[in-house]
Design a protein around this ligand. Structure first.
Ligand code: CO
Length: 184
């Protein structure tokens, strides 16, 4: 297993739609292990393959149980699709690829997701609350969409300078990734 550095806002790989996985082989298993390890090292609750520079439709989530009763969810999904959505929720999100930015995002409250596990077996699940939000956020990544794209034009305008700075490689002064670029 190995940690992989998380790509930061401005990296074109975050804006590229990832391709469907067709081979359920050892390199996919390795990618899934690395995603779990990297997510945990960066203390994230989700990570999409784009974020480590791999343009394949693979994501991992590790969402804790919620006080309001939302169930915990830890799994890897390959080629996932949201097939049903209902209701809306509004809550704060951040992203390992956009350090220092936290904003409220509106998403579906309840979703049904279909996809495959890392062995190529069909997976279907219902998710609500935090787990539903994390899955929608990560599936967006696979489409090259970031949570800041889902903010109002006004909010995005307020964030413009911060995002432009990230894109120039200027990271928040307190940003301490567990893996540095030169370690690649
Ligand atoms: Co993200």
């Amino acid at each position: 297993m190995s940690l992989r550095p998380v790509r930061i806002y401005g990296d074109p790989v975050l804006r590229t739609r990832a391709a469907d996985v067709r081979e359920f082989d050892g390199s996919l298993a390795q990618l899934v292990q690395d995603l779990f390890e990297t997510m945990s090292a960066y203390r994230g609750v989700g990570l999409a393959a784009n974020q480590v520079g791999v343009l394949q439709r693979v994501l991992v989530v590790d969402v804790p149980a919620e006080e309001e009763g939302g169930a915990p969810l830890r799994l890897a999904l390959v080629n996932p699709t949201v097939t049903r959505r209902a209701g809306t929720q509004h809550a704060e999100e951040g992203c390992l690829s956009i350090p220092g930015v936290w904003e409220d995002v509106t998403r579906a409250a309840r979703i049904h997701v279909e996809g495959l596990d890392p062995h190529g077996r069909l997976v279907a699940l219902d998710a609500t609350g935090y787990a539903a939000r994390a899955l929608q956020h990560e599936i967006d990544h696979l489409d090259g969409v970031l949570f800041v794209d889902r903010l109002s034009a006004l909010k995005r305008q307020f964030l413009r300078r911060q995002l432009d700075a990230l894109a120039r490689g200027e990271l928040p002064h307190d940003y301490q990734p567990p893996v540095r670029e030169e370690q690649r």
